[in-house]
Design a protein around this ligand. Sequence first.
Ligand code: SF4
Length: 340
Amino acid sequence: MVGTKDRSRIVSLVENYSKDNGPVNVVEDIMLSDSFEELPTPGDQGKTRAFLKIQEGCNSYCSYCIIPYARGPVRSRLPENVLKAAEEMVAQGFKELVLTGIHIGAYGQDLPGRDMDLAWLVNRLAKVPGLKRLRLGSVEPHDINFALINAVADHGNVCRHLHIPLQSGDDRILEKMKRRYNTHEFERLITVICDNIDGVAITSDVIVGFPGETEEMFLNTMRTVARARFAGIHVFKYSPRKGTPAAEYTDQISAQDKESRSKRLIDLGKELSHNFAFQQVGRIVEVLVEQPHEQDLELWEGHTDTYLKVIFPGDQSLKGEIVRVELIGTEESLLKGIII
Ligand code: SF4
């Protein structure tokens, strides 16, 4: 089997194998893959933030998405290997670990005889000695339960930031997308999260111009997004992926409509992120110092646990440190501060 770790050697591996065995098909069916492929722990990335992959694949088959076909079913990394990798990353000096994967909310569901899920893993990882910050990657709405909300709320080193893809704010489109929630359930979830995690930032992904999306449906999305008061959104114009059900739908949306909807939603997203940032002015926050701001060696930038970018006077010696910063103003969604 040739995995990600051997991709640079694919040509020589095939040539050597063919020399001994004659021409063969050495490409395995990804749908038959049932285990997580261990990858080496990444080396020095500036000792600020490292990505910790906890699973691969997805079983959800949203109608627009090629990933379940291309990446196969959910394969979770064994918890002992996740914990070991986390400890190694902390020992290397990384302050923040970001849990990544294709569908991290599905963590554990393929591990036989093990009663564990994402919340369980977060609770374990939060206790890794020396880990300053643990950030969750994107989590699907239907995977967020009270146990996960509590895991974020209960540990000071778990970032109060959840990225929850909404994709559409119209129920008919959500159904066509084969998403597993409606807007009422999504909004209820946002309320529960905000009620239980003090100061949480929620960001999201939204697709515009999905087949069959009328102007009225798009306006429903605008309203849902506005009510959710996201700290930020990523807007995607729908584009058909060959091999997915949605690519075959006959009611595709014109490029012009996609463009216009995308612009309006991006503007709304900017307004929401500006509002969220503005509400933080006057607060004292912890910032992970990452890099000089726009090559200016006297002005540095980093992120809060709520993933707000902050700029402040600093110097190289602070890189990789977590500093306390008083927020004194905004420049659109960028916060300005001073170290205290
Ligand atoms: S959008 Fe996400 S949840 Fe849906 S099929 Fe793709 S990877 Fe899975």
